[in-house]
Structure formats: C-alpha cells, structure tokens
Design a protein around this ligand. Structure first.
Ligand code: UDP
Length: 373
C-alpha cells in the first residue's frame, strides 16, 4: 500500500494485467476533458510482471498511484490479498466510483472490494461471454457483471446478452470498445514506423501471440502449434513474427522446444509496434482476447487458437476462425491448422461496422459516468 496521503479522487481504477493497463490508458487520457480525477491501483496480479507499466508511459498516462504485493502462494491467497488491498485503497481514497476492466482475477477482486465497501461499481467490457466455463475469465466476467452497478458494454451483442440474463436496462451503457479508440488512433502514427526487427522484403509474415495456459503449458499442444507455424513458413516461404510471452518462453524451455528457424522473436512489443505488426502481417495466429480483435481493427485476418471466444462477432463477420488447440494432440492436425492459416479471406472494413462502436468509447464512457456518479 502507498504511504502518500491520498487526496479524494472521483474514480478508483483497478488494473493488474497487460490488457488492463492498455484499456485504462484509453480512458485515463480523457479524464481531464470531463473534469474527473482518478486513483490507479495496480494489483500486482502477476508476481514478476510489470510489463504493463511501459504501456502507460507509451500511451502518455501517469504510473499507478498504488501498487499491491499479494501473496502468490495460490489463486485463493492471491485473490484474498488483492481484495483486501483494494478495499484498503477504497477506504483511503473514498472514490465516487470503482472502475474495473475485463475479466481477470484483478477485475473480480476489485469488484468484490467495491461491493463490500458499498462503492458504486463500474464494469468496462461487461456482457461478454465465451460460454466456456473451464476458463476462469468466464467466471470472473459473470460474477463481476452480477455485482456491477454500471455495466459498460462494447456493442449490441454484449448489451443483448445482459438483457437476456435479466440485467435491468438502466444499468447498461453501450459505449463501444476502448481498444478500438486506441487502435484507430494508432493507425496514423504507425504508418511510417516498422515494428522492431520486422522482416525485410515482401514475403508473407505470420504474426503470432500465444500465452494461454491451456495451450502453452501442455508440451504436446505447444509442440503441435510450433510445428504448424514451421510448416506454414515452409509452405509459403514466409517468416514468422512471434513476440514470445514470458510464460510461453518458460514452457518452451521446460519442454526443450525451440522456435522454428523462420521465426523472429522481437521480445515483448510496445503498443504501437504491436499494432503496426498486426497491420503489416499477412495473417495472425493468436490465443489472446485482445489481439484477435486488434487484428481485425488493423485489417488482418486471424486464426484464434481457442475452442471458444468471447468476441463472437469476429466469427460472424468472418474476420477470424477458431481452431481448437486440443486438436493439436493429434499429429495430422498441424496440417489442418496450416490450411486454416493459408485460407483466410480479406476482412471486412471495421470503421462502419458498428459492432464495437465508432472509436469514441472512452469519451462516451466518461460522459456517461459524469451523469451517473
Ligand atoms: N500486446 C502488446 N505487445 C505484445 C503482446 C501484446 O502490446 O508483445 C498487447 C496487445 O496488442 C493487446 C494486449 O497486449 O492490446 C493483449 O494482451 P494479452 O494478449 O496479454 O492479453 P489478453 O487480451 O489475452 O487478455
């Protein structure tokens, strides 16, 4: 807990994982326009992961006001410490609302702490459902939506889902996707810049991000994915641009697996480099929630290495297809994955789709909050 005396702030925002730093930055940038103040709490959800802090400075917003150091003995211990830590911050700051993003354990910890304190709870990215109850994120989403007073959705599908589940209309605000705001803003800035270590020439490039425990912690599935990546490169003569996540690197080392020779690992990328890579890539292979959507935002088709997705809109408009990683336990499946990667069609235009707003989600959200808190 921070020792500095805490002035009262309008919002207490809870973040703890890479995508939350990025989403919160989109909103933080607009706070001054509506005259709101914020206290940013970093839960320390990942013991040695402060990757998110770089995003805040790259996106031009200040570092967190408080950083928690929860136990990492187990998920329950960590959750308990994060709830208690956020609760303490709420008590000190006395915000008019607590804001949580997405579907991580930090999201649920923030939601429970706000609920216990009787604080108004705002959930950004409410109403998303993958339908896969094996994913901890699915439980985090559903529970946080149950607790939230203000549910900010990314689009009509998420809003309809909440109505279907019996959430009263007055609790739902359809604001759009704050990540679309950032992705559109990045387009003009990244036009000149190539991402770090981007392959030279005009050959195809597959952009890969993999970090889900369900895939990378299983050596057989991880080997299958790497084999498919290599076969794609052999078949197309292209290269693979693969910023390897620390978790995936550890898993590869433990299993004695190496990247294919055609792969470049530039290390964890900054936000603009990542967007630029997605825009320049021929195709994207990912198991990330955010990247599957950003691939479309940047005009590139994706294969999602998961059996379900909470962004079902992407499947409906054929910007992405799912490929169940469990299939990779069978040797011949790598060839099917290569076919899926090669067969991706051009994606439809994003700007006019209305699926995730028009790129003004942060401003819409902030104006709505001014009215509600
Ligand atoms: N990201 C990035 N650099 C990287 C990998 C990811 O900027 O090297 C960004 C990515 O563009 C997206 C976010 O991090 O905005 C997604 O994070 P991640 O895939 O870790 O989480 P998920 O979305 O699956 O929860």
């Amino acid at each position: 807990m921070s020792n500095t005396p805490s002035p009262n702030r309008d919002l207490l925002t809870v973040v703890g994982a890479r995508p939350q730093f990025i989403k919160s930055a989109a909103v933080t940038r607009g706070l001054g326009d509506v005259g709101l103040t914020q206290w940013l709490v970093h839960t320390g959800q990942h013991a040695d992961d402060d990757m998110g802090l770089d995003f805040l400075s790259e996106l031009g917003v200040p570092p967190p006001d408080a950083r928690l150091f929860p136990s990492h003995a187990g998920r329950s211990e960590r959750m308990a410490d994060m709830i208690a830590g956020v609760a303490e911050e709420i008590q000190r700051v006395k915000p008019r609302a607590v804001v949580v993003y997405g579907d991580t354990d930090s999201t649920l910890a923030g939601a429970l702490a706000a609920h216990h304190a009787g604080a108004l709870l705002v959930h950004v990215e409410a109403g998303l459902r993958s339908g896969d109850r094996r994913m901890p994120e699915e439980h985090n989403r559903i529970l946080t939506d149950q607790l939230a007073d203000v549910l900010c959705t990314t689009g009509p599908k998420a809003s309809a889902q909440l109505v279907k589940e019996g959430v009263e209309q007055h609790r739902i605000i359809e604001v759009g996707d704050v990540m679309l705001d950032l992705a559109l803003a990045a387009k003009s800035r990244m036009a000149q810049a190539f991402p770090v270590a981007w392959p030279e020439g005009d050959l195809p490039v597959m952009v890969v991000t993999l970090h889900r425990p369900g895939t990378v912690d299983d050596p057989v599935l991880l080997e299958g994915a790497l084999s498919a990546i290599e076969r794609w490169a052999q078949k197309t003569g292209g290269s693979v641009y693969f910023p390897v996540h620390p978790r995936t690197r550890k898993a590869m080392e433990a299993a004695g697996l190496k990247l294919p020779v055609q792969a470049i690992d530039p290390g964890p990328l900054g936000y603009l480099d990542m967007q630029s890579a997605l825009a320049r890539g021929t195709v994207v292979l990912t198991d990330s929630g955010g990247v599957q959507k950003e691939a479309w935002y940047q005009g590139t088709a994706a294969v999602i290495l998961r059996s379900t997705t909470e962004w079902r809109e992407l499947l409906e408009i054929k910007a992405s297809v799912l490929f169940d990683p469990a299939q990779l336990a069978v040797n011949s499946a790598a060839a099917d994955l290569v076919e899926a990667l090669i067969g991706r069609p051009a994606v439809p235009a994003v700007d006019t789709s209305g699926l995730f707003g028009e790129g003004r989600a942060a401003a819409t959200l902030l104006h709505a909050l001014v009215d509600r808190i």
